[in-house]
Design a protein around this ligand. Structure first.
Ligand code: KMT
Ligand code: NI
Length: 176
């Protein structure tokens, strides 16, 4: 997985928007973002990570025009709205590619995480982020959940800023 600062130039969200400034794993770790690469030929290793991190449930999501039909445009729009979840967002990319943008704190810069087949990405509960397909227009991902899926995206705003999971997340950064 490659990570870099988003260039903030307006235009098609599916384009790379690479500012040319790479983001290190240390920086990602400092905002609670973790990633691994597990070739899909060794997919059973996912079970080990799942057990170690208590991910009990899973399902797969395929984001293509064909797969989502009438919901396609609306879904893509929602995924690209800046939001957070009250649980970790864990994605193992089975096929295809895409971009997860995460907000650096306290700079508020967007960091673009370019995921490809075999990448496993963990976003902590409470981090503001968004997702887009790239120009390949296709991603198939395994979604892992700790308990019951809590997939409601909470869009950024005054109310979400004071959500206890958001507050806890910021608190966890402060003590590190
Ligand atoms: C989310 O909540 O942002 C998503 O599930 C993005 C799509 S997963 C490839
Ligand atoms: Ni999300």
């Amino acid at each position: 997985m490659r990570a870099y600062y988003f260039d903030n130039i307006s235009g098609d969200q599916r384009l790379p928007h690479d500012s040319g400034n790479p983001v290190s794993d240390e920086i990602l770790k400092s905002i609670g973002v973790l990633h691994w690469h597990i070739p899909t030929s060794q997919q059973n290793l996912i079970d080990d990570v799942a057990e170690e991190r208590s991910y009990k449930n899973r399902d797969t999501i395929t984001i293509t025009k064909q797969g989502l039909g009438d919901l396609y445009e609306a879904k893509l729009k929602n995924f690209y709205q800046e939001h957070m979840h009250e649980d970790e967002e864990i994605r193992y990319i089975l096929e295809g590619s895409g971009f997860f943008d995460v907000r650096e704190h306290p700079s508020e810069s967007w960091i673009r995480c370019q995921v490809d087949t075999g990448d496993l990405l963990v976003l902590p509960a409470g981090i503001y982020h968004r997702f887009t397909l790239d120009e390949n227009n296709m991603i198939k991902a395994l979604r892992l959940f700790k308990d019951e899926p809590k997939w409601t995206p909470l869009n950024r705003g005054g109310l979400t800023d004071v959500n206890p999971y958001r507050v806890d997340y910021l608190q966890s950064l402060a003590v590190n």
